[in-house]
Design a protein around this ligand. Structure first.
Ligand SMILES: [Zn+2]
Length: 602
């Protein structure tokens, strides 16, 4: 983030994003923007745009976007400070000498560097133990047993080498002894590689386990996962959270898979180390796993930078199904297009590949159905088999199936896709479409406290008003302050498709910051970030206050209409219940609302 007044901020204001991006991508002027072939996904017609005034880029195909630093970070695969330095150099801005870091910062930097080095040595140590010759070296010959075990699991020597697999011997302090020569005890403890027992003695965390090194995005080992050789529990043991490792922010194998993910424009998501290695070895290089946790939002966002398509391939056992469904929800909310690979019962990807072969698995990946097909299938079996016709006595079971599917459909962020899926699911489950749509609206309304818009029925003009307000908040120094206050006060943007975007902008305006779309975008969920960028790239013209007022009015009118619809629904419901008191009360409120609407229209 370029803090106001910082060196990065100064570089950003002096850099011309068109020129910087132009060093990497051939750009052509198109209207007010520049367009080119996206360097982050493969395409034949340009969908990659650079906005010379707003100084941002955005790909309408794969969704990457941001400011000049984001571009250089993605392009050069480097961290923020490095990107600032690169851009400064390209613009000929002299780089100031760093202010000396505080003693604490220096201490933290030194500690991290030592921990990284320790992990590098530990990885070597584990590999040496696995490759140790017969008894004599270290005195145990455990390595040979483990090698036989791995070979039995179908891991060739080359694979073991490639994935840096190692072995932690049973002894209890072998690693400790190896590291103590170089590192102080407090550092060893901070690494999580050793633990202190009650008597205060240090000993190895990983004992008698096959070791899988976990690397960060640049391929440096920062943690380990260990699989028990015997019956020890837990079967899998991972490094704890340390100054260099946070499990929710790391995807196993991402450093090897990211280029393949970008090239194939999808990622395969599996559960564990063995599955990842089996799948990668089967020729599917674009595979990653969340390590020892169900997928997190951060992990989904990390993945999104490389592709917005994912194939989820988890164990079909019951824990696997739950994990699949949690990951599905999360990926959908982050705007992913998801397919689900279902393997025969009792087989994880590793076992399946060993039994059926690599080609069979690759076919499964290629044919994995869209996630709603998977969900509908689950709903059918939950409702008792495929016979959902009235003849098989299925009214209640249909309802059960419907209730199972609804939350998934309601979560699809894109309105058109959501509507398509509603039709398709209605057909599949043999449910009348109007009933399904009505239930869908109800389930959406239940999820939120404020009024849920019937997006399907909104007139086009209103959406135009929303987009216009976004532009005015970003561009109009004259009107943005007053507009932000009006929106905050009247809340007419609540429930619109751009609600999150407008909220973000209102927050920034009211905080008195200079309005940087990239900074606002960074605070938004993926779907909204893309929405904001897409709006920014639309042409716009200077605004007058009467125009602002008319946009606000359009939103207000829409909100009142929604309320009216909701009230009508409640009236129908109350009259079905024959609750005449409630009906009368609702009718009165409806009339008042009508009056307000006509008054506003005049
Ligand atoms: Zn792209």
């Amino acid at each position: 983030m370029a803090e106001a007044g910082s060196f990065a901020d100064r570089v950003k204001s002096q850099a011309d994003i068109v020129r910087i991006v132009g060093d990497y991508v051939r750009l052509k002027k198109a209207g007010q923007n520049f367009m080119g072939l996206c360097p982050f996904h493969s395409e034949k017609t340009p969908s990659f745009a650079v906005h010379p005034v707003r100084q941002i880029f955005h790909c309408f195909g794969c969704g990457v976007g941001g400011d000049v630093f984001n571009f250089v970070m993605d392009m050069e695969k480097c961290a923020f400070p490095e990107a600032v330095r690169i851009v400064a150099e390209k613009c000929g801005i002299p780089i100031p000498r760093q202010r000396p870091p505080s003693a604490e910062q220096e201490q933290a930097t030194r500690q991290k560097a030592a921990l990284m080095e320790m992990h590098r040595l530990a990885a070597e140590f584990f590999q040496e133990n696995l490759n140790a010759p017969e008894p004599g070296h270290g005195g145990t010959g455990e390595g040979a047993v483990v090698r036989a075990y791995l070979e039995d699991r179908g891991l060739a020597a080359a694979t073991i080498q490639e994935f840096g697999i190692g072995y932690a011997p049973a002894g209890g302090d072998a690693l400790l002894r190896a590291l103590r020569a170089k590192f102080a005890d407090n550092l060893l403890e901070a690494s999580g590689l050793v633990i202190r027992d009650e008597a205060g003695r240090l000993y190895d965390r990983f004992r008698r386990r096959v070791i899988f090194p976990i690397a960060n995005e640049s391929g440096k080992v920062i943690a380990f996962g260990g699989r028990a050789m015997g019956d020890e529990m837990p079967k899998y043991l991972n490094s704890p959270e340390t100054p260099i490792y946070s499990k929710s922010r790391v995807l196993y194998n991402l450093h090897r898979a990211k280029n393949a993910i970008r090239q194939s424009d999808f990622a395969v998501l599996v559960e564990g180390y063995m599955d990842t290695i089996a799948v990668a070895t089967a020729g599917v290089a674009n595979v990653v796993a969340s390590c020892g946790t169900s997928l997190t939002e951060t992990q989904a966002k990390m993945l999104y930078r490389f592709s917005r398509h994912a194939v989820v391939s988890f164990d079909p056992d019951s824990a696997g199904v739950a994990a699949t469904e949690r990951s599905l929800s999360l990926l959908l909310e982050q705007g992913f297009d998801v397919r689900v690979l279902v393997l025969p019962s009792g087989q994880d990807p590793d076992l399946f590949i060993r039994k059926q072969g690599a080609e069979a698995y690759r076919q499964k990946v290629a044919q994995a159905p869209p996630y709603l097909d998977y969900v509908v299938g689950r709903a059918r079996s939950a409702a008792g088999g495929s016979g959902l016709s009235a003849a098989s006595g299925g009214a209640e079971r249909k309802l059960a199936a419907l209730n199972f599917v609804l939350p998934y459909i309601a979560r699809i962020p894109d309105r058109i896709l959501r509507s398509e899926w509603a039709s398709r699911v209605a057909h599949e489950l043999q449910i009348d479409e109007p009933i399904l749509r009505q239930e869908l609206r109800k389930s959406a309304a239940d999820r939120r406290t404020n009024i849920q818009p019937r997006k399907e029925f909104l007139p086009g003009g209103v959406k135009l008003a929303e987009r216009r307000l976004v532009h005015i908040l970003i561009e109009s120094e004259e009107h943005r302050g007053q507009l932000a206050e009006e929106l905050a006060k009247r809340g007419v943007h609540r429930g619109t498709e751009t609600e999150a975007v407008l909220e973000g902008l209102i927050g920034a305006v009211r905080a008195g910051k200079s309005l940087d779309p990239t900074a606002v975008a960074e605070t938004l969920p993926e779907v909204d970030r893309r929405r904001l960028f897409e709006i920014v790239f639309e042409p716009s013209a200077p605004a007058t206050w009467p125009e602002v007022a008319s946009c606000l009015e359009a939103l207000e009118h829409r909100q009142a209409e929604l309320e009216l619809g909701e009230m009508q629904r409640q009236i129908e419901e109350a009259s079905r219940r024959k609750d005449s008191v409630r009906v009368r009360e609702l009718l009165e409120r409806k009339q008042q609302l009508r009056k307000r609407l006509t008054a506003a229209a005049e």
